[in-house]
Design a protein around this ligand. Structure first.
Ligand SMILES: Cc1cc2nc3c(=O)[nH]c(=O)nc-3n(C[C@H](O)[C@H](O)[C@H](O)COP(=O)(O)O)c2cc1C
Length: 152
């Protein structure tokens, strides 16, 4: 199985999480890590499973990430399993509805992707990080769950 982990990261925390996830997905076959600025159509066409991650900015996707979706053909992910995550502050439960990961799941589904798990949040201690202790381990566990689900 070819997996692709696409991420955007301003301060490096989302990149750390994305790397940890790709490391685990490599147990199931090839797993590539690509910055969202460098994502090509070919990357998407060749992948069997797509994971996308981004920091939450102003309760939404960062402005840099939104154009990525504008240049993709409709339904390019038709029938492919997809999952998404974000890095965010620790928030009250109602603010948890407005995360980059949830927005990403919506975008990926619109492109035809089949969401296999709810969006996941990995927590940073402040605007520039670092991640809370244990979050990288939790990201690895989440990636193990993704592998299990995608194999079914
Ligand atoms: C302009 C800006 C807006 C942000 N808005 C939010 C927000 O609405 N909710 C939140 O949880 N975190 C917010 N953050 C914190 C980011 O989630 C944090 O910078 C990010 O997780 C760090 O990831 P990175 O190192 O990959 O950039 C914001 C950060 C920036 C720079």
């Amino acid at each position: 199985m070819n997996s692709l982990v696409v991420y955007f990261s301003k301060f490096g925390n989302t990149q750390i999480v994305a790397k940890a996830i790709a490391g685990v997905l490599a147990k199931g076959g090839e797993a590539r890590l690509v910055n969202s600025d460098e994502l090509s159509l070919r990357d998407l066409e060749e992948t069997d499973f797509l994971v996308m991650g981004s920091p939450t900015h102003k309760m939404n996707l960062p402005l840099n990430v939104r154009p990525v979706f504008e240049r993709l053909p409709k339904r390019i992910l038709r029938g492919k399993p997809v999952a998404a995550f974000d890095t965010s502050y620790r928030m009250s439960w109602w603010l948890n509805q407005y995360t980059a990961g949830k927005r990403l799941v919506k975008k990926l589904r619109k492109l035809g992707g089949k969401s296999i798990v709810p969006a996941e949040i990995f927590l940073v201690t402040g605007r520039e990080g670092p991640l809370y202790d244990g979050e990288i381990e939790r990201a690895k566990q989440w990636a193990d769950l993704l592998l299990e689900k995608v194999k079914k």
